[in-house]
Ligand binder design. Structure first.
Ligand code: 4AD
Ligand code: MG
Length: 476
């Protein structure tokens, strides 16, 4: 019978012949193989009877090699493990030249591992991160499924720019060297594959709204693309976004949903990914030790996650936040790069981080932003100057969620689009939702990688997605 390492270490498997396949992490004293197969952060120790094993074969047991082992599971005589395998036969499935194999059994920098992203999940840190990522995405589907949501696949190629931001990747099948031109000399997209100009989507929201207005509660969870040239530790050009959209739900309901959802998926990993979390927590503690006392985190990784799960998010209006920021020390002492002077200012990440990390010290939901700094589709408040928007800010991350109650009134929406020069003809179908059976509805978008960053304690978004796409980089 072939087992996984995880099964061998957790199940009560009595002394019996068994088989296992995996990769050698280390081979010590010509005797002890630490074998890993990805099923758990832990290795299983396989003890080779070196006196009765061919020397040429022993030489081929090197870090990175794949092996097929037959043996017996016994109680371990050594420290550090409860059981081990006494090897009766070993077959090398794939050799690995120890002089060339990039993943040596030592600490590598994350920069080096990014250049070897195809091999980096052979390290403990990255295998733990990616198991957590997998678990979190399962928890996302589980939550929505258990709460009456339908999973909807929104298109990747779109003809509309949902955020009105204009930072999109073009999708075209035209000959880039010799595109057809209109009489005015512009590229003639009517001759392109789709007969119009198309892009990779920046958000599935507008299409999700159409389904919310018939199926009631829906969500999308898919890749989104932004061609903004921001090379930060929190931005990717290709990232995964979770976007629920719910009919008859207002902004308060939207906040409740987002908070409940995040607590649920984080509880899931606390329960199901304990060993990986403990490993990452220890990694972070070691990293913290190299920092000056003042910069060290007050809470460990698991405590941080528990804190979010157990405490209410603080709900604060934009107007209150501006008052706090205007009067805070770093603003008065001009320590911010952008000094907050007036109501209406857009918040930069330095301000968001001050609010969550220094002032409130917990996740914060900011709501009712000035209409001028938010997207066209957000519901205008009765004051005529703010919209029912919400951003959820997390310690160490900044903006995790952006959402809103949507403008359901046809006339108000049309006026807004006109003011922003958005062509009604492009979004005729979106306007139809307001013509036929319109209703209050709301939704949000959560950047999945930012959630994975929070749950793993990783500091760079490039290290929580298998193959990051960023400016000047699309390797692998
Ligand atoms: O705030 P954003 O731009 O909101 C929307 O796109 C709405 N249409 C969502 C909705 O209401 N359905 O993006 C939502 C979230 C952000 O809060 C952030 O977590 C993440 O997506 N995000 C990014 N994550 C990684 N890299 C980027 N370049 C990101 N841009 C946004
Ligand atoms: Mg946003």
């Amino acid at each position: 019978m072939t087992y996984s390492v995880s099964q061998l270490l957790t199940q009560d498997i009595t002394l019996q012949p068994l088989e296992i396949k995996g990769w050698v992490r280390t081979f010590r004293a010509n005797r002890f193989i630490a074998l890993n197969d990805g099923s758990t952060i832990n290795n299983i120790q396989c003890v080779v009877d070196f006196e009765n094993t061919d020397e040429a074969l022993l030489k081929r047991i090197t870090t990175g090699a794949s092996v097929h082992i037959k043996g017996n599971l016994v109680e371990s005589q050594g420290k550090g493990q409860t059981v081990e395998i006494q090897v009766t036969s070993i077959e090398i499935l794939g050799d690995s030249d120890p002089d060339e194999y990039p993943i040596q059994p030592k600490k590598h920098t994350f920069e080096f591992l990014r250049e070897n992203a195809h091999l980096r999940t052979r390290t403990n840190t990255f295998s733990a991160v990616m198991r957590l990522r997998s678990s979190l995405s399962f928890a996302v589907h589980k939550y929505f499924n258990e709460n009456g949501f339908y999973y909807m696949h929104t298109p990747i190629v779109t003809g509309s720019d949902a955020e009105g931001a204009g930072e999109m990747f073009k999708v075209s099948a035209l000959d880039a060297k010799n595109p057809p031109l209109t009489e005015a000399g512009d590229i003639d997209y009517s001759q392109d594959f789709f007969g119009k100009e198309t892009n990779l989507t920046v958000s599935g929201q507008l299409e999700a709204e159409t389904y919310a207005m018939s199926l009631g509660k829906v969500y999308t969870f898919g890749p989104t693309f932004r061609a903004e040239n921001s090379n930060t530790s929190r931005h990717l050009a290709e990232f995964w976004m979770i976007e629920p959209e719910v009919a008859f739900m207002d902004l308060a309901g939207n906040m409740d949903l987002a908070e409940d959802f995040m607590k649920s998926v984080l509880s899931y990993v606390l329960e199901h990914n304990r060993e990986d979390l403990e490993f990452l927590e220890k990694r972070l503690l070691d990293e913290e030790k190299t920092k000056p006392q003042a910069e060290r985190s007050e809470m460990s990784l698991i405590d941080k996650i528990k804190f979010v799960v157990d405490n209410n998010f603080k709900r604060v209006s934009y107007t209150e936040a501006i008052d706090i920021l205007r009067n805070c020390k770093p603003n008065k002492k001009k320590k911010f790069n952008y000094i907050i002077e007036e109501w209406g200012a857009d918040l930069q990440s330095e301000h968001e981080r001050f609010l969550v990390e220094k002032h409130f010290k917990c996740p914060v939901i900011l709501f009712d932003y000035p209409a001028d700094i938010k997207a066209f589709y957000m519901r205008l408040n009765e004051d005529g100057k703010t919209v029912r928007a919400m951003d959820i800010l997390f310690p160490g991350i900044g903006e995790m969620v952006g959402g809103s109650q949507r403008e359901e009134r046809l006339d108000v929406l049309k006026e807004k689009m006109k003011a922003l020069d958005i062509d009604e003809k492009e979004l005729w179908w979106y306007l139809d939702l307001r013509k036929y059976g319109t209703a209050v509805h709301s939704g949000f978008g959560l950047g999945f990688e930012r959630l994975v960053m929070f749950a793993t304690g990783m500091g760079n978004i490039k290290d929580v997605i298998p193959y990051p796409r960023t400016p000047q980089n699309a390797e692998f």
